[in-house]
Design a protein around this ligand. Structure first.
Ligand SMILES: Cc1cc2nc3c(=O)[nH]c(=O)nc-3n(C[C@H](O)[C@H](O)[C@H](O)COP(=O)(O)O)c2cc1C
Length: 395
């Protein structure tokens, strides 16, 4: 059996597997470092990482000052990047995921560069100003997350214009395409009804992207395209590569590995979820999201339309004072968006609180059933199709 070919980002050879960034705190230094150490790209999710640091959590306990909370988050991000690089020992690549929808995204980008991460992956909005923000760091790979060829064309054209103006424009070092029908967390479609639109299928999106490359005289292979959402087997990895992808991005299966940074209860919720337990709904960020229908979410969804009908703009509705999102459905009174505090709910899930947590998850089954296995075993399986002996835990 021949192993699928590796690909390269900024000249670094990598296994064709990318671990997607998962907030809040689900992919921190332990997971991203282990994935990089195995020779692949591991991604730390930059949002609100202070919850992994007891001293920073203590300092933030009674604090409602937005600047101070953000400062503590930057300290946490710095620690997580350095710890992941230490685990990786020069192997693979340590990336940081920054969501454009987060109000402090420029600070998170700058901290990522200053702390020595090797790539920035940006989604949840178009990363139009990413080259400018990273101008002093030409060695940091820049990777947008998009869901269709139209988004790719907009980003490429804007970045090319920046180059002409001398404002740091460049080509992306890779592009991640996420399928909203299968991925976990926030989804790149305008509303839940759009998720199943076939325009997001890799077999449609990839040829569209290659046409954009041709039209812009970008050689095939110059920008690796990484596809993600529902990749849970060796066969799906091979099928994605056969369509012209350079690698696959995998989220949920990595979240439940031994090295996954969330509480064991978090992993259990994802592992035990049956297909009918996984739901999509509108998040406060104004995007659809996919998660397990645990008690908090079920209760919220029952009250959703009532809460939306009384939505009103009020800064005091950000009870934790973080004001994490540029546009927040709850704080800004956006009737079509979700009406809950996403940070509090995701932090509760990270800590394993079954009653209060919001547990993001992709739609597909897990490669090792209900078993928790190591990052290395997951990577080996995706590359070779050979599963470890799972005993009874696979059921
Ligand atoms: C628990 C969880 C949290 C996630 N958080 C983020 C995030 O903070 N930023 C992001 O760009 N994508 C996020 N994602 C999406 C993943 O990075 C990945 O692209 C997606 O889950 C791939 O689909 P899969 O889970 O079917 O493999 C999250 C996914 C999960 C399951």
């Amino acid at each position: 059996m021949t192993a699928p070919p590796s690909f390269a980002i900024r000249g670094r050879p990598l296994l064709p597997i990318v671990q997607g960034g998962m907030g809040v705190g689900v992919s921190a230094h332990r997971l991203a470092g282990a994935v990089a150490r195995a020779g692949a790209m591991g991604t730390i999710a930059s949002i609100d990482l202070r919850h992994h640091h007891a001293d920073l959590t203590a300092q933030a306990k009674h604090c409602r000052d937005q600047d101070e909370l953000n400062r503590l988050n930057l300290v946490a991000l710095d620690r997580e990047i350095r710890a992941a690089l230490e685990i990786a020992e020069g192997h693979g690549l340590v990336a940081v995921n920054v969501m454009k929808a987060v109000a402090t995204y420029p600070d998170l980008v700058r901290q990522t560069c200053a702390s020595g991460a090797q790539a920035i992956v940006m989604g949840a909005g178009l990363p139009l100003d990413l080259p400018e923000l990273t101008e002093g760091y030409p060695d940091v790979a820049l990777i947008p997350i998009l869901s269709d060829a139209r988004g790719v064309a907009i980003v490429l054209k804007k970045w090319a214009r920046l180059k002409k103006d001398g404002s740091g424009g460049r080509l992306p070092d890779a592009i991640v395409i996420e399928h909203p029908l299968y991925a976990g967390g926030h989804l790149g479609a305008p509303n839940p009804a759009e998720l199943a639109n076939t325009r997001f299928d890799f077999a449609e999106v990839l040829p569209g992207i290659f046409k954009v490359f041709d039209d812009m005289d970008i050689a095939r292979g110059q920008i690796p395209v990484i596809v993600g959402g529902g990749i849970n087997s060796h066969e799906k990895l091979l099928a994605a590569l056969a369509l012209g992808a350079a690698a696959v991005q995998v989220g949920t299966p990595f979240a439940v590995t031994e090295e996954g940074d969330a509480h064991p209860n978090f992993k259990r919720v994802l592992l035990d979820a049956k297909p009918e337990d996984i739901v999509t709904f509108m998040s406060v960020a104004g995007l659809p999201a996919r998660a397990v229908n645990t008690p908090w979410l079920a209760n919220y969804l029952k009250r959703e339309s009532k809460l939306q009908s009384v939505a009103k703009a009020d800064p005091k509705r950000c009870a934790i004072g973080l004001h994490c999102l540029t546009h927040c459905g709850l704080r800004d009174g956006l009737k079509k968006a979700g009406q809950f505090c996403i940070d509090s709910q995701l932090v509760a899930a990270l800590k394993g609180d079954l009653n209060k947590g919001l547990f993001f998850r992709g739609s597909e089954s897990l490669p090792f059933g209900r078993a928790i296995r190591s990052v290395q075993e997951l990577i080996d399986y995706l590359l070779t199709g050979v599963k470890p002996d799972l005993g009874g835990a696979a059921a």
